[in-house]
Ligand binder design. Sequence first.
Ligand SMILES: NC(=O)c1ccc[n+]([C@@H]2O[C@H](COP(=O)([O-])OP(=O)(O)OC[C@H]3O[C@@H](n4cnc5c(N)ncnc54)[C@H](O)[C@@H]3O)[C@@H](O)[C@H]2O)c1
Length: 346
Amino acid sequence: MRVLITGNMGYVGPVVVRHLRQTHPDADLIGYDTGFFSGSLTDTGLLPETLLDEQHFGDVRRLPARLLAGVDAVVHLAAISNDPMGNRFEAVTDAINHRASVAVAEAARDAGVKTFVFASSCSVYGAAAGPPRRETDPLNPQTAYARSKIATEQSLRQMELGGMRAICLRFATACGWSNRLRLDLVLNDFVACALAAGEITVLSDGTPWRPLIDVADMARAIDWAISAADQAPHFVAVNVGSEERNYQVRDLAQAVAAAVPGTQVSINTAAPADTRSYKVDFSLWRELAPGHQPQVTLAQSIEQLREGLTAMGFSDRNFRQSPLIRLQVLDRLIKSGAVSEALERQ
Ligand SMILES: NC(=O)c1ccc[n+]([C@@H]2O[C@H](COP(=O)([O-])OP(=O)(O)OC[C@H]3O[C@@H](n4cnc5c(N)ncnc54)[C@H](O)[C@@H]3O)[C@@H](O)[C@H]2O)c1
């Protein structure tokens, strides 16, 4: 099997590559990334890309067709991938996350690729009070990022797919340890706050609901999509996570405080309400992929983050302004002239 993984040099990619290398030792694994976060390594162990057969550098807005030759599955992770980045780079988010994703899918289909895996997001549900959201429920995106994921799903749904399957995995909010860590995710941020300052400052009033998934379980889901998906429909958009991991943000803060003794939790009761709040129903995922269900518990995600951050001597109270925050990295690349405002390499 030959697998092309776009955006492999981000937060999720290294965990996916490590997992696929273990489960498909003979597969050809090829990475393609523009390398925005190539330097954002958080441990001194193995460089994640050494587990690949090939690493190519470039922009998904211009993916060379030759990289798709002989490829069985494309795992499309490349994206401007969170709400603050989507807000700052709104038009570019559409260009990369939507238009380039559709062009990559079309090129993959034309090259005879059998499976196109699109990393979508449960953030498509946005502001969704009430019962857990199913795939058939109305979407209510609150951000450019969420809108870009919906637009790609819709394009894939309408596309003439030929012999290719399009599998859109609507991931819960990611958390957990990776060799290219991000601290701009709710649980990762809380563990970092607890370790650096002994105090978790919750930036909202703590009431929003968020489903979580560990990056290791995202990798397990992607493995299903590329290897066991012949039972899947030709096109599917499925929520990926588990009901037990629908949490309110304040409960996440309390769980981290309990795991890092001495941590205080301060909730900003005066904060404007965060409209992004949704509980998610994962029954379709259980039905489709019973052998690839999430396994990592909240306690394990917290513990692995605590261990990893402790091992790297993490103590930066100002980490929200540090290169462990993706938006900070992009802003620095732009200021240095390495990357344009359109996020093109100069
Ligand atoms: N982290 C989450 O909570 C989460 C949740 C649901 C879905 N997802 C999706 O999973 C995927 C991976 O997320 P992540 O957290 O690893 O994101 P990330 O920002 O850490 O990594 C994205 C990677 O894509 C690359 N990239 C961005 N623009 C590119 C371009 N134009 N050409 C080539 N490469 C480009 C970046 O260099 C980076 O290595 C994304 O599509 C994201 O939207 C993430």
